[in-house]
Design a protein around this ligand. Structure first.
Ligand code: PLP
Length: 355
């Protein structure tokens, strides 16, 4: 039997997507060639790329004037590409420090200019999203991380700014409806809610580019990839294809509105147990709780062995918390079925009975 996969990333994908992906490795669309042994310039693959980009636009309801790119280098390369492409020479950017990924983005941006960290929750181990802050106005852009994968916090409201708004949505893109006209650049590594590791989705408003006065190397310049329609060099064909399949799965399910409702229901089942069961404590502040990554700890660490035994026996996998938080983290991305969450809740209730 398949395990209940709560891994934080790479993570669970829909079973039917895995099946179709496996088929395409052997014989893609009945052409008697593998998806990964045909030219990326073939009409078959160009259709995959076009379909994937079209689905992103459709599912996120993107306004006109935005480009959709499938790049490589992970969200980690976007930490520096965003700064390279948006921070002016002798420029400045505003960053919110809401977790380890934000901190890494800040570190990279510092290589390009001044960074104003205008809000941080570092002192409380990032257990909440800062609420009281003044958004700087003398900056080229503002950068935030919409969902903090490690700590299980999520922006419910985004900062208002007249500057450009850049967002790392690696772990919650396609999980909820958002007004993308409020964002100027969004990036997300595929491996948390969209596909396998190996491609990064970038959504960028065309008119914001080319204004820094910097000489940007071709591969790091968004304009290069826009002009080449994500085919400047060989794209990661397999991750793009599997992402396309996942997006089709999401569309068939009813799109982002439908998955948002499901995600809220799924998260509520788990948070309810965390709040009710005296043996567990939630880590993130209630008002900032993520619908994607649910973090919790044992009230008494002496129960660790007993609990670990119970969930392991139930076929649960991947709930060990990140080392900086400890405890447990259940990642319940789009493809996670409600039934698996119930299995975890049953394990928590089983512990309560045994203690
Ligand atoms: C996982 C993650 C990253 C890092 O992504 P890579 O693709 O491994 O570079 C960045 N930001 C967030 C929010 C993440 O969850």
């Amino acid at each position: 039997m398949k395990k209940h996969n709560f891994s934080a990333g790479p993570c669970i994908l829909p079973q039917e997507v895995l099946k179709k992906a496996a088929e395409a490795i052997e014989n893609f669309n009945g052409i008697n060639l593998s998806l990964i042994e045909i030219s990326h310039r073939s009409k078959e693959f160009i259709e995959v790329m076009e379909t994937a980009r079209g689905l992103v636009k459709e599912l996120l309801n993107l306004p006109e004037g935005y480009s959709v790119l499938f790049l490589q280098g992970g969200a980690s390369l976007e930490f520096l590409m965003t700064a390279y492409n948006l921070m002016k020479v002798n420029g400045k950017a505003g960053y919110m420090d809401t977790g380890a990924w934000s901190a890494k983005a800040i570190k990279e941006a510092k290589g390009f200019g001044d960074v104003d960290i205008f809000a941080s929750s570092k002192e409380s181990v990032y257990n909440h999203i800062p609420k009281k802050y003044t958004v700087p106005t003398d900056v080229d852009y503002i950068h935030i991380t919409s969902n903090n994968t490690i700590y299980g916090t999520q922006f419910k409201e985004f900062p208002k700014t007249n500057s450009l708004l850049v967002c790392d949505m690696s772990s919650d893109i396609f999980s909820r409806q958002l007004d993308f006209s409020k964002f100027d650049l969004v990036y997300a590594g595929a491996q948390k809610n969209m596909g396998p590791a190996g491609t990064t989705l970038v959504i960028v408003k065309d008119e914001i580019l080319g204004k820094t006065g910097r000489n940007i190397p071709a591969m790091l310049d968004y304009q290069t990839h826009i002009k080449a329609e994500s085919m400047f060099n060989t794209p990661p064909v397999f991750p793009v294809y599997v992402s396309m399949l996942t997006l089709q799965w999401l569309k068939d399910l009813g799109g982002v509105a439908a998955i948002e409702k499901l995600n809220e229901e799924k998260a509520a089942i788990l948070y309810k147990e965390i709040d009710k069961n005296p043996l567990f404590n939630g880590f993130a502040k209630k008002e900032d709780r993520s619908t994607m990554n649910v973090t919790f700890t044992l009230a008494n660490d002496d129960h660790k062995e007993a609990f670990d035994k119970i969930w392991n026996a139930a076929g649960v996998s991947g709930i060990k918390g990140h080392r900086s938080v400890g405890g447990y983290r259940a990642s319940i991305y789009n493809a996670m079925p409600k039934e698996s969450i119930q299995v975890l809740v049953n394990a928590m209730q089983q512990l309560e009975k045994e203690i």
